[in-house]
Design a protein around this ligand. Structure first.
Ligand code: XIL
Length: 449
């Protein structure tokens, strides 16, 4: 009897070893997780009662993007009346099952509610910033990455911004949106998301690249770039896609494939996309834009991994086997710092008391402003610093980054935060704040230890 038992025990033990170490993962999410990545799907709240749909969702995916439910028309249908019911349903479905959530999207020219479409100028700028602040605050701690701004560049060869009511509030609307998002949720990765930015040689790709490079250089808080990657005969998967992913990553941001669908769902193209992402350590996840073909916004292109009945298509097998055969990441997945420094790291503290100087540059519009303050250390460097600024009457600070402040109007003192108190001799750091009213004519003073 005991011989029989131990034979059974041996077999059970062997099958456990097989299951944990030798068997390839059998779902997209599990396989991506083994590679330090996620595999997600766009989800519609009104499909969560469809059991074929939720069976696939719950089995295969470990990340979710609400397809429409977090857009501006859904979350703020009337100005200052926020509605989160459908978005919250998706978030709770996902999080209760251990899936992460991508937020989509805080600022966009499209799917604006009527009241916003009719706005312009300062009123629109402030409404947009309020929307970013309110929505990012509501989902704070629940959303891993936000598409803060969506589709802000024009198609074609111009490399210009897309004309929109938001763009007409001033070219700095994108960075203002990112700063407001960081102030509201310092834990979420903040992404710029766009389409037709897959081909490295395209003017639009290059224009987005230059914007991200500029943001990184100036300390605008950006952590990731989303490539929607809607591939079809008009904008096919490009052979240089991997170059695009790695070039963005080299700027010091994560890269995410955010809305993948491929007309005809070629297995080879799905495999190529997965392999390209796996080849770039900062490509940390892929989201397909729907589950079954019938769920797709482009259903007639049959671009997804499951057919209308929920059966796996050849593209599914190709994606899964590419994930399974890919190499584990050489670098652990990165998470954004909660308070990223705005400048390249300064050298260790020189020690001893120091002196400093400060200058302010202003980006103003009627009724509002963003101020960037540059703090430069004197000849002995600083261990800590305090900048004093007197705001003109009527000006009020609404949010700030990279410094702690006392008060929000009149004379305001700004002190360093933990990561930017030490400035080496002659080096600089920057902090900033956003406010209402006019901030013209401020003269900063700086003291340091
Ligand atoms: C699409 C949705 O899939 C549709 O249901 C909706 O009618 C329109 O928007 N780029 C984006 C997504 O960033 O939000 C879009 O989603 C597809 C293109």
């Amino acid at each position: 009897m005991s011989v029989v038992l131990s034979a059974v025990g041996f077999a059970a033990c062997m099958s456990m070893i097989m299951a944990t170490s030798a068997t390839a993962a059998t779902t997209l999410g599990a396989s991506a997780a083994e590679k330090g990545r996620y595999f997600g799907a766009a989800v519609a709240a009104n499909k969560l009662s469809d059991s074929v749909y939720t069976t696939i969702l719950n089995r295969e995916f470990n990340s979710v993007t609400p397809e429409n439910e977090m857009k501006i028309d859904a979350t703020e249908p009337q100005q200052n009346q926020f509605t989160y019911t459908n978005a919250d349903r998706i978030v709770s479905h996902a999080r209760s099952r251990g899936m992460q959530v991508r937020g989509h999207t805080l600022a966009w020219h499209s799917q604006q509610p009527g009241w916003m479409q009719n706005m312009s100028g300062t009123a629109l700028r402030n409404a947009m910033l309020n929307h970013v602040t309110q929505v990012a605050t509501h989902f704070r701690g629940q959303v891993v990455a936000w598409d803060v701004v969506n589709e802000a560049f024009a198609d074609g060869s111009s490399g210009a911004r897309r004309d929109s009511n938001l763009q007409r509030t001033g070219n700095d609307w994108i960075e203002a949106a990112f700063r407001a998002a960081r102030a509201a949720d310092s834990g979420a990765k903040l992404c710029y998301n766009d389409y037709n930015t897959d081909d490295w040689t395209h003017a639009k790709t290059q224009a987005v690249y230059r914007m991200v490079q500029d943001f990184k250089q100036r300390g605008v808080p950006i952590d990731c770039v989303g490539l929607q990657s809607h591939f079809n005969s008009g904008s096919p998967y490009p052979g240089n896609y991997r170059t695009t992913l790695s070039s963005f990553a080299a700027l010091g941001v994560d890269v995410q494939i955010t809305e993948l669908d491929i007309e005809g769902a070629s297995a080879t193209t799905y495999r190529n996309v997965v392999n390209d992402c796996l080849a770039v350590s900062r490509c940390n996840g892929i989201t397909v834009w729907g589950i079954r073909d019938s769920d797709s916004w482009r259903a007639s292109q049959t671009p997804l991994l499951f057919d209308n009945s929920g059966n796996k298509k050849p593209a599914y097998d190709a994606a899964l086997s590419a994930l399974n055969s890919g190499n584990p990441p050489t670098n652990p997945p990165t998470t954004p710092p909660t308070n990223p420094p705005t400048n390249p790291p300064t050298t260790p503290p020189p020690g001893g008391p120091g002196s400093c100087s400060a200058t302010v540059s202003l980006n103003s519009w009627t009724g509002g402003f963003v101020a960037t303050v540059r703090v430069t250390a004197g000849s002995s460097g600083t261990n800590s610093w305090t900048v004093t600024l007197t705001l003109p009457s009527g000006a009020t600070v609404s949010n700030a980054w990279n410094a702690q402040r006392s008060g929000n109007s009149g004379t305001v003192q700004w002190t360093n935060v933990s990561y930017n108190g030490h400035i080496a001799a002659g080096q600089s750091t920057e902090f900033g704040f956003q406010g209402t009213g006019s901030a013209a004519g401020m003269t900063p003073t700086c003291t340091a230890t």
